[in-house]
Design a protein around this ligand. Structure first.
Ligand SMILES: NC(=O)c1ccc[n+]([C@@H]2O[C@H](COP(=O)([O-])OP(=O)(O)OC[C@H]3O[C@@H](n4cnc5c(N)ncnc54)[C@H](OP(=O)(O)O)[C@@H]3O)[C@@H](O)[C@H]2O)c1
Length: 277
């Protein structure tokens, strides 16, 4: 596994494990433990996924069984900031910690900017948690350039991460360039477009050429762009497959061909329109 260094010096694995749409329950706890046993060190959950308890159970089982130490893990959760006040955001962090059964998170994110500017108040609560040493880093998700510009003007801690929908159909150059300029690491959600990308002819051709799977081509594309990626899978063989992207490299012209698939197609909501309803 390769890491990136965030703007506050913290190291984060380039490939992590996502758990969106997986219900709370024993299957998820077992999947999280299996993912850790297979080498995942970064796990991405959120308040709104309503599965933090099982994610925490899986993490604690892995620690108790000696598979990993807490300090080796990088655990992310997110506040669902539907007009959350400063105090409610502080309470949401405490609640996530309690559900996960952890003393601290490695990264806490504002999940969506929403359609007003209440994310500033929520982010100030994240800054307080960070300054008190109760979280190792803070950041945002689904922020466009104008959201980031406003955030940087009104707050003091530069987010370490902007987690956005990113894949060859949605390359987000403007926001990636802004993030690079401001040392904000980009992280890709739905990197496989929920699996639908894997049918694309170009991706299948590259998979045959490199003797890799379509998913590995897409995840390699992320890594080669320097973008952290967090594919979700409940299938143990795919957990192994999705980590195995560090032994080959796509040629520059192949990266350009993948970039050229960009047509703005989203598999999730548009941050300019998403109002939590
Ligand atoms: N910040 C945000 O607003 C936001 C939004 C969406 C997602 N996220 C995060 O990003 C993570 C990933 O996104 P996602 O879950 O939406 O979708 P994704 O990772 O793009 O795709 C997941 C789907 O792909 C399948 N899959 C995974 N690996 C595969 C492989 N090697 N070969 C074939 N199929 C494979 C999975 O099936 P099986 O499980 O059946 O194997 C699942 O159906 C989420 O879990 C969540 O943590 C964040």
């Amino acid at each position: 596994m390769e890491n990136v260094t965030l703007n506050n010096g913290l190291e984060m694995p380039l490939v992590g494990y996502g758990v969106f749409r997986v219900p709370d329950g024993d299957d998820l706890a077992e999947a999280v433990k299996t993912a850790i046993a297979k080498g995942y060190r970064s796990i991405d959950t959120a308040q709104v996924y309503r599965n933090e308890e099982s994610v925490g159970r899986g993490i604690r089982a892995a620690i108790d069984e000696g598979l990993v130490a807490r300090e080796e893990l990088f655990i992310t959760s997110k506040v669902w900031n539907d007009r959350l006040s400063y105090e409610e955001t502080l309470a949401a962090y405490a609640s996530s910690l309690e559900k996960l059964g952890l003393d601290y998170l490695d990264l806490y994110l504002i999940h969506w900017p929403g359609l007003d500017t209440s994310y500033i108040e929520a982010y100030k609560a994240l800054e307080k948690i960070y300054q008190d040493g109760r979280v190792r880093s803070i950041g945002v998700s689904n922020f466009h350039v104008h959201h980031l510009e406003h955030l940087l003007k009104e707050t003091t801690v530069i987010p370490v991460i902007n987690q956005i929908e990113f894949h060859p159909h949605l390359t987000q150059e403007e926001v990636r360039n802004y993030c690079k300029e401001h040392r904000i690491q980009v992280e890709a959600w739905s990197p496989l477009m929920n699996g639908s990308l894997l049918e694309e002819a170009l991706i299948q051709q590259l998979a045959s050429k490199y003797n890799k799977t379509p998913a590995q081509i897409v995840l390699r594309y992320d890594v080669q762009h320097g973008v952290v990626t967090i594919p979700k899978t409940m299938t143990p063989s795919r957990m192994t497959e999705n980590l195995d992207v560090f032994d080959f490299a796509l040629a520059d012209e192949e990266m350009a061909q993948l970039d050229a698939m960009n047509d703005g197609l989203r598999c999730g909501p548009d941050p300019e329109k998403f109002n939590f309803k």
